[in-house]
Ligand binder design. Structure first.
Ligand SMILES: [Zn+2]
Length: 117
């Protein structure tokens, strides 16, 4: 839960950084070319398009976070020992071949995951 909040904060920070970079570069170009009147309108337009684009990226990032959370839920369902060779295993030692399929790192047998629900 705290991890999700951290990622959201990071994304907001990145968004703010990109947004201020657009404005700083845009204002520098306007200052250099001394083309303030139509230039400032173009800069506002670019800023608006960039904002929409970044919001779209933020939504995609949110979907990724949700996918990672469901993967973590599946990780909780890994049994304590391999049913085939009896080796002690956990979510970080098994070999993940998908969100809900894992293999034993020792005998390579598929591990039946307990239902997370
Ligand atoms: Zn095994």
């Amino acid at each position: 839960m705290t991890e999700k909040h951290e990622e959201e904060r990071e994304l907001t920070g990145l968004y703010a950084a990109v947004h201020s970079a657009i404005w700083l570069i845009g204002l520098a170009v306007l200052f250099y070319t001394n083309n303030w009147f139509p230039g400032i309108l173009i800069l506002v337009a670019i800023s608006g398009v960039a904002q929409a684009f970044l919001q779209m990226l933020a939504k995609r990032e949110e979907a990724k976070v949700q996918a990672a959370q469901s993967a973590r839920q599946a990780a909780l369902a890994v049994p304590a020992t391999c049913p085939t060779c009896g080796a002690a295993i956990n979510a970080s030692t098994v070999v993940w071949s998908g969100v809900s399929t894992a293999h034993c790192p020792y005998c390579k047998a598929a591990i039946p995951l307990k239902s997370a629900a």
